[in-house]
Design a protein around this ligand. Structure first.
Ligand code: NAD
Length: 494
């Protein structure tokens, strides 16, 4: 199996051209950038470095398609059929998409196949299936009038996404936006553009008309900013860092006040009480969730609060699990932790590990870069104990395989510390006491609170954060709120 993925990788043809108006094209400036694999530093190919000129072309094409109603004018049932075909084709091309995802951002092929491809197809299918089952409203007004409350597509939507789950993050935005009838321009991260570009080919094959779905690879400060500032983009769906999310909101305000939705960073707290119903499950979940995707998950539970009386037992069990997460070749089907996305991110994570040492946290496992001779970027799963809330590793998002353990004796104080962050994406509490669970869930300021688990995840459930973790929600029917306008039509009835 290992050889087979390597062989497939060697044979892969990579097309780095942008996708505008139904066609693969190079940037108008003819500028390109190198796409390197974090697995071994190998050059995968050249990618179009789009800028404002390409943004203008894509927006013009998207606007024309919207005004000509080639997609927006189709009935919801027609759009449903195309989106279901899109999802089926994603599964058909699943092995190729999984391979591109792994080569581009370093995650294990095992998960690119089982998680990323499956969740992307499922998301597109689910919004396709939903769109012809949603009814509009009639308001309970007086008898001499009729007030219709209807939803309309917002128009041209720009989706700007990060590199940690390139296809899934794209699907969370393009699926509801397309299902609602919008034209969409997707801007993938410069670190992981390849699957987004293939999705555009596949969307065309599924029957999404030219201009309705465009993909512009390139740098954030160039093509990303051009979209955020564009006067003819009606809505921007952004997932990425809180730093850039703030800029997106500013650019929206500075230009045409486009609707701007942000899904940003996190520093999620996982609180394990001494009366936790299943300590083994709590350990497996805490460890599995922080090291999944090399720790490069916005909702990774990076702050683990353990009640002091069970901390030693918890840590003993956690350490027994660590060897399983030793990084390995992402193209080996048995690997569970792969490569960090690039040299910059590796340096950032190693800097945080250094700060853990200098702030006085106690390193219990990992902490080193490994397999550097491969040319790729690998960091051991890392566990710090004796962390306190003032330390940098307990305050800032690391976005790497680093877990900080804090202990508590008073649950109220643990909740206070859990909330003492500018983020509010997710949190968890483990306890057998139902009242304690509900009181704690209520007190935690986060978009999602888990009780006695961490990995609850379903397309039917909203995903997003409080505070500086962003606004609006991806997933579930609530995502339609972001990509539709609410229209009221008053009709006088004589
Ligand atoms: P990032 O903010 O650096 O980049 C995200 C996207 O924005 C990229 O496509 C980038 O090119 C673009 N961009 C950068 N500067 C821009 C600018 N000036 N104008 C317009 N676009 C610009 O984030 P990243 O490093 O790619 O991703 C990691 C971050 O994403 C983490 O903070 C993580 O928590 C967050 N994230 C959040 C969620 C969520 O749902 N809340 C999900 C995944 C990742």
């Amino acid at each position: 199996m290992t050889t087979s993925w390597h062989e497939r990788a060697a044979a892969l043809q990579i097309d780095g051209r942008a996708f505008i108006d139904g066609q693969r094209v190079w940037a108008r400036s003819e500028q390109q950038f190198e796409n390197l694999s974090p697995i071994d530093g190998r050059k995968l190919g050249m990618v179009a470095r789009c800028d404002a000129a390409d943004a203008n072309a894509a927006v013009a094409s998207a606007r024309l398609a919207f005004e000509e109603r080639s997609w927006a004018g189709k009935s919801p049932a027609q759009r449903k059929r195309v989106l279901i075909k899109f999802a089926d084709l994603i599964q058909k091309y699943g092995p190729e998409l999984a391979l591109l995802e792994t080569l581009d951002m370093g995650k294990p092929i095992k998960y690119s196949q089982s998680v990323d491809v499956g969740a992307t197809a499922n998301c597109i299918r689910w919004y396709g299936e939903a769109i012809d089952k949603i009814y509009d409203e009639i308001a309970p007004t007086a008898a001499n009038s009729l007030a219709l409350i209807t939803r309309e597509p917002v128009g041209v939507v720009a989706a700007i996404v990060p590199w940690n789950y390139p296809m899934i993050m794209a699907a969370w935005k393009i699926a509801p936006a397309l299902a609602a009838g919008n034209s969409v321009i997707l801007k993938p991260s410069e670190k992981s553009p390849l699957t987004a570009l293939r999705l555009a080919d596949i969307a065309l094959e599924a029957g999404i008309p030219a201009g309705v779905f465009n993909v512009l690879p390139g740098y954030g400060h160039e093509v990303g900013a051009a979209l955020a500032l564009h006067m003819d983009v009606d809505c921007i769906g952004f997932t990425g860092s809180t730093r850039v999310g703030k800029q997106i909101l500013q650019m929206a305000g500075q230009s045409n006040l486009k609707r701007a939705w942000t899904e940003l960073g996190g520093k999620s707290a996982n609180i394990v009480c001494a009366d936790c119903p299943d300590l083994d499950a709590a350990v497996a979940s805490a460890i599995g969730s922080i090291y999944f995707n090399q720790g490069e998950s916005c909702n990774a539970p990076s702050r683990l609060f353990v009640e002091a009386s069970i901390k030693d037992r918890f840590i003993e069990k956690a350490l027994a699990m660590m060897p399983k997460f030793q990084p390995g070749d992402p193209l080996d089907a048995n690997t569970v932790m792969g490569a960090i996305v690039d040299a910059t991110q590796l340096k950032t994570v190693m800097g945080y590990i250094e700060s853990g040492h200098s702030d006085g946290a106690r390193l219990l496992w990992g902490g080193r870069q490994v397999d550097g001779e491969s040319g790729g970027y690998y960091i051991e799963p890392t566990l710090f104990d004796q962390v306190d809330s003032t330390m940098t590793i307990a305050r800032e998002e690391i976005f790497g395989p680093v877990l900080s353990v804090l202990s508590f004796t008073d649950l109220k104080e643990a909740v206070k510390q859990a909330n003492a962050t500018s983020y509010g994406l997710q949190a968890a509490v483990w306890t057998s006491d139902i009242s304690k669970a509900i009181q704690t869930a209520r007190a935690l300021r986060a978009g999602t609170v888990h009780v006695n688990q961490y990995d609850g995840d379903d397309i039917t459930v909203p995903f997003g954060g409080y505070k500086q973790s962003g606004n609006g929600r991806d997933k579930s029917l609530h995502a339609f709120d972001k990509y539709t306008e609410l229209k009221t039509t008053w009709i006088q009835i004589g």
